[in-house]
Ligand binder design. Structure first.
Ligand SMILES: NC(=O)c1ccc[n+]([C@@H]2O[C@H](COP(=O)([O-])OP(=O)(O)OC[C@H]3O[C@@H](n4cnc5c(N)ncnc54)[C@H](O)[C@@H]3O)[C@@H](O)[C@H]2O)c1
Ligand SMILES: O=C(O)C[C@H](O)C(=O)O
Length: 360
């Protein structure tokens, strides 16, 4: 009979006190308990980019073991199995398990983080309402599954479009999950805004801070630079071109998703996966001192936005909780942009609620 290898401490340290896999024996050397991360729509392109990033620790840290729960629909079962095989073949030190599911309730069992990427995309000839009706059904069902099966303090990030409204439907249908645990992804838009300012000023993106994405993850979003800095200097002074900042900068960030679809023939996946990891990492481990990020969260009425909408705000995170940055002065043109994107979210919410009512 083969005996399990004994791993010398030096080797364990080389794995970052991680998991060493010796033959078929798994020696658990981690101090931390593994966290379960659900990815829905995992057989799709974001899933393919995201799963390995989670496995290397980009989401929860290089000291946090992970068990991945990968969910997709029955017709995607083979692709899901292919992804599972590749993750096993990656021999990731932090990865304690990869489980695949086509049953949503089973997939949600005990998950600590849920990344909701699966959804119904608009196809040629379909009306917005048809797409909304399908997504409402999916998010209603997945909300119930999360509520019944996930860890009590599960952190949820909705990526699938319409991301804010899918998150709102999820929140409406999972009343026992704390509202503050249900978010949607606008970090990709936030990162896009940082990237644009960095390119324009010839600066490293790491010194660009505190841009804001307000509102919807759609072309009505408002990328706001009025409170941001480049190397400590206000963005407006560093860029020194208000015409660009008030015009092309805003439309470039608003339309970046469409530009990538046009260029690739597919929507952004690598940058979306990276943004998901950034979003969850900052939420769980905290935003760096003196800076904030943007997250779609259930509005408490801050900045005059209707309560209950899932609206993107500037937030700081500490101790696993986010807090809206309060008291920022909002000028007249910005206030109008905040209102336009809010109006779109109200329209989406009403359509979604109408679809829910018609289902009953
Ligand atoms: N919020 C953002 O910043 C952002 C950025 C990029 C993409 N997106 C959105 O993310 C979503 C996914 O993008 P993608 O490129 O990975 O798409 P994709 O089509 O490659 O993958 C989607 C996957 O979801 C699966 N799926 C569909 N219904 C499901 C269900 N009920 N349960 C589980 N899985 C289901 C599909 O089978 C598919 O494998 C899209 O809605 C896209 O518009 C959002
Ligand atoms: O999938 C899309 O429609 C675009 C996506 O939301 C993105 O911002 O890249």
């Amino acid at each position: 009979m083969t005996k399990p290898n004994v791993v010398p401490l030096a080797v364990a340290a080389a794995f970052g006190a991680g998991l060493a896999i010796c033959s078929k024996y798994v020696l658990k050397l981690h101090k931390k308990k593994a966290l379960r991360v659900l990815i829905t729509g995992a057989a799709g392109q974001i899933g393919y980019a995201l799963a390995p990033q989670v496995a290397v620790g980009s989401m929860l840290g290089a000291d946090q073991p992970i068990i991945l729960h990968l969910l997709d629909v029955e017709p995607a079962k083979n692709a899901l199995e292919g992804l599972r095989m590749e993750l096993v073949d990656g021999a990731y030190p932090l990865l304690e398990g990869v489980l695949t599911f086509t049953d949503v309730a089973a997939a949600c069992k005990d998950v600590d983080v849920a990344v909701m990427v699966g959804g119904y995309p608009r196809k040629a000839g379909e009306e917005r309402k048809d797409v909304m009706a399908k997504n409402v059904s999916i998010y209603q069902q997945q909300a119930s599954a999360l509520e019944a099966n996930a860890s009590k303090d599960v952190k949820v990030v909705v990526v699938a479009n319409p991301a804010n409204t899918n998150a709102l439907i999820l929140a409406e249908n999972a009343p026992s999950i704390p509202r503050e645990n249900i978010t949607c992804l606008t970090r990709l838009d936030h990162n896009r805004a940082l990237g644009q300012v960095a390119e324009r000023t010839g600066s490293h993106v790491g010194i660009v801070k505190n841009v804001i994405i307000w509102g919807n993850h759609s072309s009505t979003q408002y990328p706001d630079v009025n409170h941001g800095t480049v190397g400590g200097k206000p963005i407006r002074s560093a860029v020194n071109d208000d015409t660009w900042l008030n015009g092309d900068f805003i439309t470039t960030v608003q339309q970046r998703g469409a530009a990538i679809i046009k260029a690739r023939g597919l929507s952004s996946a690598l940058s979306a996966a990276n943004a998901v990891c950034n979003h969850v990492r900052d939420w769980v481990r905290g935003t760096p001192g003196g800076s904030w990020t943007s997250m779609g969260v259930v509005s408490d009425g801050s900045y005059g936005v209707q309560r209950g909408l899932v609206y993107s705000y500037p937030v700081t995170c500490a101790g696993g909780k986010w807090k809206v940055v309060q008291g920022l002065p909002i000028d007249g043109p910005s206030r109008e942009r905040l209102r336009v994107t809010e109006a779109e979210l109200v329209e989406e919410r009403d359509l979604a609620l109408q679809c829910l009512a018609e289902k009953k």
